[in-house]
Design a protein around this ligand. Structure first.
Ligand SMILES: [Zn+2]
Length: 252
């Protein structure tokens, strides 16, 4: 079945040749795909508005040996109200970068697609840092890297309040006895542990409850997740820096 229809979100795009454009689309039925928007300026001109970054659209592809070719695209939601704000745009860029870096081509994750779409949608109404933490935590959890926050990863004892450490290497909390096993582990506050546990089981409609969390606690959690994501990705995430720069600019 070389002809395929599915919906998806445009994750990245770049020029492929003088007349073709290569588009990464995170689809519901085929995971992340690379698709060509081919040549003929007329076709590109017709499709272009539907293929903007972060658009949720219905796609009609022809599946070739190496690439998909886009036959048609029809935007479902271009999130225009959200995208116009630079802070929102920086977060969207960060979300899309995570999808492109972490998901291998062709691996299906329909829950992540729904989560990505919801997370973009709420940006206009939600505290940015909370939205960022929420997306990151749900994202790594759905990919099987949910940080262990209930018991020590090594000795599996239930955590006692007080002296606990976060280990990127072990993927969660170490008790003070076991923290020597990972010299790069670092202290984490009880409230931060509670917040991560809480957000991990929260859903998007009840996220408003987190509006009044103190800034320093949000920042501690944000730093941990940022480090954890970069550890998992084995690289610096450009989107994270972009989010920080824009935040500094807009916070004055
Ligand atoms: Zn332990």
């Amino acid at each position: 079945m070389p002809n395929i229809k599915t919906k998806g979100i445009v994750v990245a795009r770049r020029d492929f040749s003088e007349s073709d454009r290569l588009i990464w689309i995170f689809t519901e039925d085929f995971g992340l795909v690379q698709a060509l928007a081919r040549g003929a300026r007329k076709i590109l001109a017709r499709l272009n508005g539907h293929l903007e970054l972060a658009n949720l659209a219905k796609f009609h592809f022809y599946k070739g040996k190496t690439f998909y070719t886009i036959i048609d695209a029809q935007v479902i939601n271009n999130f225009s109200k959200v995208k116009n704000d630079l802070k929102n745009a920086s977060l969207i860029y960060h979300f899309l970068e995570l999808v492109k870096i972490f998901l291998p081509l062709g691996e299906k994750h329909p829950a992540v697609l729904g989560h990505l779409s919801d997370s973009i949608e709420i940006l206009g109404r939600q505290n940015h840092s909370v939205a960022k933490i929420f997306f990151e935590l749900q994202f790594v959890s759905e990919l099987g890297f949910k940080p262990e926050m209930h018991e020590c990863v090594i000795c599996q004892k239930r955590l006692a309040l007080g002296k606990n450490f976060f280990s990127f290497l072990q993927g969660g909390i170490l008790c003070s006895d076991c923290s020597v096993a990972d010299k790069s582990s670092f202290g984490v506050s009880d409230n931060c542990i509670k917040l991560i546990r809480w957000i991990a089981i929260e859903n998007i409609s009840t996220l408003k409850k987190l509006e009044n969390i103190p800034d320093n606690l949000i920042q501690e959690t944000d730093r941990i997740l940022e480090g954890y994501l970069e550890f998992l990705a084995e690289r610096k995430l450009v989107g994270q820096d972009f989010v920080k720069k824009v935040k500094r600019l807009s916070d004055g």
